[in-house]
Design a protein around this ligand. Structure first.
Ligand code: ADP
Length: 300
């Protein structure tokens, strides 16, 4: 089974001709709201990929919380949510005609996901795989990783979004999953540094590493082993939003508890196919494929 700890947000998306500058009011051409947040997206992807999935998150006491809870349950997730005294996380997103965007995030309840309970720690200990990201308080991420390691639960950290993350913590996790931009930032190297050199900097910390490379695929490397490149599928791209989250969820769902090199490569291959299906569809949530869809795609 997979336990995901992380953020849940409601994304409010406004399509505009021009992103308003200060003091300007514009009319929107269209509006839609979607459930999101890296934790929520990754939990849905893991559940759709067939894993028994439990999601630990903090929600407010509002309609956004009810909608997130309902959609999570519909995806087959077991939800261990706290209802806190802060609004559910939201992201206000303006997208203009060229597809450029401007985003404001209110972490809200996500910032209140602190002090894991005995029940939550027991779930982490009982799981095969724990999935973490950096949209929830760092102290919680560290406490969860520690509990998992003590119980031989494999710890997968998606170090996203990039920002202040103490690199020493990489020795406390088993597998790091990052895109090229996050890899460069963590390695302290400028963007555009070769993927293999980023890999060698990151694996020095003793964890296995998967660097996703967009349309190029992914590079899987481990402590002391030669990195393996898994190519992406050539597909008609509709929308790459959330491709990384689908990848992480599908990867965690497929990994076995040995997390050895063979298992890492197999999980990366499955995740690459799941992400290839997701980028061919519009929207983040509805585009997340099921295990059957991934197998059909791989068999075609
Ligand atoms: P992020 O969404 O975090 O920036 P990437 O862009 O690296 O992450 O994408 C994650 C994964 O999604 C890639 O490893 C790849 O498997 C898949 N993917 C992304 N973009 C494409 C694309 N244009 N064609 C096929 N697969 C893609």
């Amino acid at each position: 089974s997979v336990v995901v700890i992380g953020s849940a947000n409601l994304d409010l998306v406004y399509e505009v001709d021009r992103i308003p500058s200060p003091g300007v009011t514009v009319l929107s051409r269209g509006f839609a709201s979607f459930t999101g947040g890296k934790g929520n997206n990754q939990a849905i992807a893991a559940a759709r990929a067939g894993a028994d999935t439990l999601f630990i998150t903090a929600l407010g006491q509002d309609e956004a919380a009810d909608r997130l809870a309902e959609e999570a349950r519909n995806a087959g997730i077991t939800l261990l949510d706290r209802r806190v005294d802060a609004p559910t996380g939201t992201a206000l997103i303006f997208v203009d005609r060229k597809g450029e965007n401007s985003i404001v995030v209110n972490s809200g309840a996500n910032a209140e996901l602190v002090d894991l309970t005995e029940a939550e720690l027991a779930e982490i200990a009982a799981a095969d795989v724990l999935v973490l990201q950096l949209e929830t308080p760092l102290a919680t991420v560290i406490a969860a990783a520690r509990a998992a390691r003590a119980a031989d639960t494999v710890v997968v950290l998606n170090a996203a979004p990039s920002g202040a993350f103490p690199v020493e913590l990489l020795s406390k996790i088993d597998i790091l999953v990052v895109n090229e931009h996050e890899a460069a930032e963590l390695a302290g190297e400028p963007a555009g540094t070769g993927e293999r050199s980023l890999m060698s900097v990151l694996t020095v910390h003793g964890c296995d590493v998967v660097i996703t490379l967009g349309a190029e695929g992914a590079l899987v490397g481990g402590w002391g082993t030669t990195p393996v490149k898994i190519p992406a599928f050539k597909v008609e791209v509709q929308d790459t939003t959330g491709a990384g989250d689908v990848f992480v969820g599908a990867f965690a769902a497929t990994l076995d508890h040995t997390a050895d090199e063979r298992s890492l490569v197999a999980a990366t291959e499955f995740a690459t196919a799941a992400a290839a299906l997701a980028v061919q569809r519009k929207g983040a949530g509805p585009s997340i494929p099921t295990r059957e869809e991934v197998h059909e795609f791989l068999a075609a």
